[in-house]
Write a protein that binds this ligand. Structure first.
Ligand code: ZN
Length: 159
């Protein structure tokens, strides 16, 4: 089972939400018996790189599709890269945070441009990610949305 793992860049996370995201990533790999992890190797770090770390730690096959140009269009651009992740994955997991770390508790972001559409209902509010685009392009998809307030309680630290 090939599991694509995509999501927010590193800047969207605090130490505590990163800790929880890494746990979600590892749990998702183990719970679904993934033998291969597919990553987009985002140059801004974050979920892509943590997924690669988890694959190495668990001794799994790792497929990385790093973009070769930092543009949406064109061969090797983000769109092309995202489609290759979707095609190579049996299931894509998108890991995002529920809100920006500088929002007050209880204030949630609305309107991920990829997920907040009538035909795509059911994904709870989250910080938008290019990974959402990739997840919707995949045959099967799910979201792991890190609850920021709970992460701060569980893993501590000052955001
Ligand atoms: Zn989304």
């Amino acid at each position: 089972m090939k599991r694509g793992i995509v999501g927010n860049e590193a800047a969207r996370f605090t130490d505590a939400t990163q800790e929880m995201a890494r746990k979600y990533i590892e749990d998702a790999i183990v719970a679904h018996g993934a033998t291969t992890v597919v990553s987009g190797h985002c140059h801004l770090g974050g979920v892509d790189i943590w997924a690669e770390d988890a694959a190495r730690e668990l001794g799994l096959e790792l497929i990385t599709h790093a973009p070769t140009r930092l543009t949406w269009q064109g061969k090797g651009g983000f769109r092309d890269r995202n489609l290759r992740i979707a095609e190579d994955s049996d299931h894509v997991l998108c890991v995002t945070v529920d809100r920006h770390s500088d929002l007050r508790p209880g204030v949630f972001l609305r309107g991920c441009p990829h997920c907040d559409k009538p035909s795509r209902g059911g994904v709870p509010p989250h910080v938008p990610s290019g990974g959402c685009w990739t997840a919707w392009a995949a045959a099967w998809r799910s979201w792991a949305i890190v609850p920021t307030v709970r992460a701060e309680l569980v893993y501590g630290g000052c955001a």
